[in-house]
Write a protein that binds this ligand. Structure first.
Ligand SMILES: Nc1ncnc2c1ncn2[C@@H]1O[C@H](COP(=O)(O)OP(=O)(O)OP(=O)(O)O)[C@@H](O)[C@H]1O
Ligand SMILES: [Mg+2]
Length: 244
């Protein structure tokens, strides 16, 4: 049997004034799948995943997330879906004036998240352990390196036990070794939390390690989908060029 579809996007369009960004995007994400999205800067990758959780209002198309029609549902339904979708923002900002513990508490309070088996402190410890940073619990963001901040931002996403994670450039600004570690961590998180993920990245090492297949976005649509190996050995230079 085919794996369950957790995100289905059909014929999605979005323009900003005269600037047509998404021009008929189609995408299906299955349970347990890590799908990479690659494309030039400014092409609309972030606009697409913001649309998926309706932080941006598309002009036309269908978006179904975990069985909910995102563009037609009411705000309660939308909030319920958003609780199940972790979003690691490009830049991954933590609240600078809050400690790591307070940063992690924030989504729990905002969504009044409850877990029958674990109290709040246990949830915080669990998600920090998942990213290997339990000892940073009382630190302030200013005391953390760039790689640690990314991990804490990921822990903040994990604390609500998401079914889907949207990673927007999870390794940007990190050195090659730390990028590799974050990419491995993305795989570990999938095992531990049984998530599906969309991973937007310019980092081909991350794409190679963390994704099952990759879609290349250009001119408002996906021009091709394949595994890292397939696309990096494509006969078309235009496709191979993304993998240099
Ligand atoms: N809220 C907005 N209002 C107007 N224009 C926007 C808005 N958000 C994005 N855009 C425009 O949409 C285009 C696509 O932006 P987007 O952030 O999706 O690019 P991207 O593919 O994620 O690029 P990068 O790889 O640099 O992150 C850009 O031209 C951007 O200026
Ligand atoms: Mg972007």
């Amino acid at each position: 049997m085919d794996k369950e579809e957790v995100i289905v996007v059909e014929n999605l369009y979005k323009s900003f004034d005269e600037n047509s960004i998404l021009r008929g995007i189609n995408l299906t994400l299955h349970k347990g799948e890590n799908l990479g999205i690659v494309g030039k800067s400014g092409i609309g990758k972030s606009v697409l995943i913001k649309s998926i959780v309706r932080l941006i209002e598309p002009d036309a198309g269908i978006i179904n997330v975990l069985g909910t029609n995102i563009l037609e549902c009411d705000s309660n339904e939308l909030n319920e879906v958003r609780k199940k979708v972790g979003y690691l923002f490009q830049g991954g900002a933590l609240y600078d004036s809050m400690s790591v513990r307070e940063n992690l508490l924030f989504p729990i309070r905002r969504t009044q998240f409850k877990d029958k088996q674990h109290d709040t402190e246990e949830l915080i410890e669990q998600s920090l352990s998942s990213v290997g940073l339990l000892d940073a619990i009382d630190k302030m963001p200013s005391e953390l390196s760039g790689g640690m901040k990314k991990r804490i931002a990921l822990a903040r996403t994990l604390i609500l036990k998401p079914e889907i994670i949207l990673y927007d450039e999870p390794t940007t600004g990190l050195d090659a070794v730390t990028s590799g570690e974050i990419s491995e961590l993305i795989l570990k998180i999938r095992e531990e939390y049984n998530t599906a993920a969309i991973i937007i990245t310019h980092d081909m090492k991350c794409a190679k390690i963390a994704t099952d297949s990759i879609k290349i976005m250009d001119e408002g649509i996906f021009m091709v989908e394949g595994t890292y190996d397939e696309l990096s050995h494509s006969e078309e230079k235009e496709i191979r060029d993304f993998f240099i």
